[in-house]
Design a protein. Sequence first.
Length: 224
Amino acid sequence: MISENIVILLVEDNKDFAKLLSVYLDRFEKGKFSIVWKENAVDALKELAENTTIDVVLMDYFLPGKNGLEITKEMMERKIRLPVVFLTVNKDFDVVIKVMKLGVADYLVKEEISSPVLPRTILSVIEKHRLRDRLMQIEVSQQRLNVIRETVSTVLEDLQRPLFEMKDLSTGLRSKIKDAGRLNYLRIVDENLLRIIEKLDKLKELKEDKTIQYIKDIKMLDLS
């Protein structure tokens, strides 16, 4: 169950309806929902581009300029991935089919805003959206892990062979060198070789994609 405050972008050209919707949501659970109200496509898209706190979009289908369907298409083109719930004055099934084909999360008749259907729908679409995002992240992570495993299995033997040869060479030199300074240098070499071999062994046993941000757009595997 979602416990935090929900930020709603309401795209609606009727000021009285916008106020009424806010009153009803406060009545269901005061402080649970925060509404950002915009009257048209231009202002709504600008808000979506700038406000990263929005959880869901409530959108009137009939709007001045671009209608709700056109705004949703533009959101998709701009890769704004937020759940959208359409609001309209009647059950126009042609409209329902159009918006559902576009991937809109849900569809409500404006008369339903005074009932518990509205907050339940909002919370439900947000939960579904977050679950879908999480499942997508897991799938991408699994695919990346499979690629890493395939790459590792291909190159690991070639990587480890010279490392073991260097380690054997270092062991042989250790018995012949008496100088403390050179022995210390060999010790440092051995420690680094063992550290690299250990990291490669972890790659072989990798069960989880622990890719983390490194610098700017560069990512790296966390093998700690």
